[in-house]
Design a protein around this ligand. Sequence first.
Ligand SMILES: Cc1cc2nc3c(=O)[nH]c(=O)nc-3n(C[C@H](O)[C@H](O)[C@H](O)COP(=O)(O)OP(=O)(O)OC[C@H]3O[C@@H](n4cnc5c(N)ncnc54)[C@H](O)[C@@H]3O)c2cc1C
Length: 512
Amino acid sequence: MTDVARLAGRPVIIGGGLAGLMTALELAPEPVVLLSAAPLGSDASSAIAQGGLAAAMGDDDSPELHLADTLAAGDGLCDEAIVRSIVEAAPRAIDRLAALGVAFDRDAGGTLQLGLEAAHARRRIVHAAGAATGRELMRALVAAVRNTASISVVEGFAARRLLVENGVIAGVLAAGGTGSMALATGRVVLATGGVGALFRDTTNPLGCFGQGLALAARAGAAFADLEFVQFHPTALDGVLRPMRLVSEAVRGEGAVLIDETGRRFLAELPGAELATRDAVARGVHRHLARGHRVFLDARACLGAGFADRFPTIAGYCNDAGINPAREPIPVRPAAHYHMGGVAVDREGRSTVPGLWACGEVASSGLHGANRLASNSLTEAVVVAGWVARSVAASADTHHVANALPPVPVRPDPAFACDIVSSSLGVLRDGESLREAVAALLPIASGNSPAADPAAVALMMAVSALGREESRGAHSRSDFPLRSAAARRSRITLDAAQQAAASLDFLPIARSA
Ligand SMILES: Cc1cc2nc3c(=O)[nH]c(=O)nc-3n(C[C@H](O)[C@H](O)[C@H](O)COP(=O)(O)OP(=O)(O)OC[C@H]3O[C@@H](n4cnc5c(N)ncnc54)[C@H](O)[C@@H]3O)c2cc1C
């Protein structure tokens, strides 16, 4: 095992997506280590983000309006003070990205072009390269990181365990193709992204299966709102993983959802195809479950103009052998974004001293029960700044552990993926959640490659079982109504294991 003594004592940032890159850049000139399982800019949701970043930049807009839209989407579970801080900081975050070299789309006079997305009352989506915002963000920020001498980039190494001594972070155990290493540090920032790849149908890169949540869980951290997963209603249905997004903007142009008989099956839903993301996802899911196929039909509204208006999506369709000008596009819901995550305070600190989190792995309180589109990239940039200031202000009290534990085996999400896909999808119910918990508990408590993903899935399933209501993206067929009182959920791995062990796993009695 390599002990990387030269890097000892530096903050270690785990994850090379938007949140990790920004944390490293905001900490400069303090020397830091940026650890990324994949080469910077790849295998990160940030790189494939399409629409852009929400920020109240328009003359007719204000942080107050952005706040109101975010709270409405969050369905009662947002932390209003956090939302306010983030929406107020959003315009400065855009300026900061521009100063770092991100080329946002502007009009001939140099003014930012602002897009409109569902549930935003104003045009406030700052984008780049049309609908390839993530690619441009990564291009500019990876270059900025590589040009910053204080950032030591360690690529191709995945963090496998956080070292904890007397309840405080002491280091990171990582492994890669060329061996393993122990980084001694008292300051670790998790920026490892989401959990989409715990689901068979997902838009997330396949490395996004909650590795950061597992690291935090084994270190004893608390989590918030883990049951809330946003499903995108119209991912291109096919064998390719991650699934390609057919953006809401296509429905915004008038495309309708039909089934194999040509029936517009969501016509009765208030708002029809432009209802909220969770409502459309439920409608599509139910229709598929009844044995239908579902298609997005843009023939009448866009027809031959489809490729001009949506070149990237036309390319995805083309790759799948579909001509959207002449054929309806097959779609199905896919896991897209995790609202829950490591519970953090307003500096991004977790409950474990020395451990911070930002980006999708964290639950800052911004999104509540449902993320407002394009708020997540903004959050990653703003909260990375808060985290960097907090890390810089904290003394490093690291000490190298005397006896290092063995590096855990490479995690394999396949076991958890089967269970999560069937029990934690668009519609949940107590019976299948109980079965999931029963199957996950022994695996999560073992040491096999399936253990870490199972531990994450167990915490999500126990949280979903405990939320006996339907709110935002969490829909229970056995509890279809929203509770009068809104409460955020909190859990640790210990608490999830105890709750799971005390559950009665006998099948729930059904009435005749
Ligand atoms: C198709 C798609 C489109 C989207 N469009 C938008 C949009 O338009 N606007 C918006 O606001 N949001 C959008 N989102 C959501 C948004 O992209 C993500 O929430 C955001 O990019 C998350 O950034 P992150 O830095 O937290 O994580 P990521 O960008 O996913 O980066 C995580 C990084 O951590 C690394 N990593 C993971 N585990 C380990 C480990 N154990 N050790 C070392 N490294 C590790 C990964 O390799 C990766 O580099 C979209 C998401 C998808 C999938």
